[in-house]
Design a protein around this ligand. Structure first.
Ligand code: MLY
Length: 265
């Protein structure tokens, strides 16, 4: 929750800089989220990206929608921004000459898809076209630099947006590290990924920004981005190769050493 975490003081404490908003493929003013729970739309199947499927909005969080594909189970929900190119109004696929597909893992016999489609759309509340916002353009070059702070989706827990640091940059790819967490959640992505946001994004959208974790790890020698190899460093400043992965845990936080000045939540 934002009450527990303040970017201004955090940037001061960590003597770090926020990545400027021009670095991101996000609109400077986040798009308004007008969707309502229960509305239906067309969405690209995240597990089978050539398929366009019917999805239902089952949650609203900031500028994002929690979506579930009709005919799928409740274990494969995904989140999309209201200005994502992965979503569109019902009817768009057909207008373009395409066919709506059953989701990967369609729970019924494939032959029952046409009837399922008719039934799921019958009497459904369809999200109006005006609710879908235009995807912002890609920023021209990759302007992200090692050490810059940002907000990033935890891909292993995609409902979470967390304080993060650019750990490395290679061409158009950036390595996202999660502040106060060991390497297990880190990932490489393109600089124009829709999963990364400028500092302050959650504050603007009303999405809940996670507090940083409170793990520290000992930086091992030969860490290439580390100048003083023996000192205890916040995980976020470490080189990716030198982190000790921890298994993802559910329901409880892993045991951890607390750095001075860090409050646990
Ligand atoms: N309960 C999970 C959540 C981890 C989230 C880590 N993110 C925020 C980087 C766990 O403790 O593993």
């Amino acid at each position: 929750q934002t009450e527990h975490f303040n970017w201004d003081s955090y940037l001061r404490e960590t003597e770090s800089l926020a990545a400027p908003s021009q670095c991101f493929r996000q609109s400077k003013i986040p798009p308004t989220n007008e969707f309502k729970i229960g509305m239906k739309l067309e969405a690209r199947d995240p597990r089978n990206v050539t398929s366009v499927c019917i999805a239902t909005v089952i949650g609203i969080t900031g500028a994002r929608l929690r979506l579930r594909l009709d005919g799928s189970d409740n274990k494969n929900d995904f989140w999309r921004l209201v200005d994502s190119s992965d979503i569109q109004p019902i009817g768009t696929c057909e207008k373009k000459g395409g066919m709506l597909q059953p989701p990967l893992g369609f729970q019924m016999n494939a032959s029952s898809w046409p009837m399922f489609l008719l039934r799921t759309l019958n009497g459904a509340e369809m999200a109006p076209a005006t609710f879908f916002k235009k995807e912002p353009p890609k920023p021209a070059p990759n302007l992200l630099k090692i050490g810059m702070k940002l907000e990033a989706i935890d891909k292993k827990n995609p409902y979470l947006i967390c304080p993060a640091t650019v750990g490395d940059v290679k061409g158009d790819e950036v390595f996202i590290t999660f502040d106060g967490w060991r390497g297990a959640f880190d990932y490489w992505c393109k600089y124009d990924s829709r999963d990364i946001f400028p500092v302050g994004w959650c504050g603007l959208t009303g999405d809940a920004l996670q507090p940083p974790g409170n793990n520290v790890s000992i930086t091992k020698s030969s860490a290439k981005t580390q100048s003083s190899p023996s000192k205890v460093t916040r995980r976020s400043m470490q080189s990716p190769q030198k982190t000790v992965p921890i298994p993802a845990q559910r329901g409880k936080k892993p045991g951890r050493a607390k750095p001075p000045g860090q409050t646990s939540v």
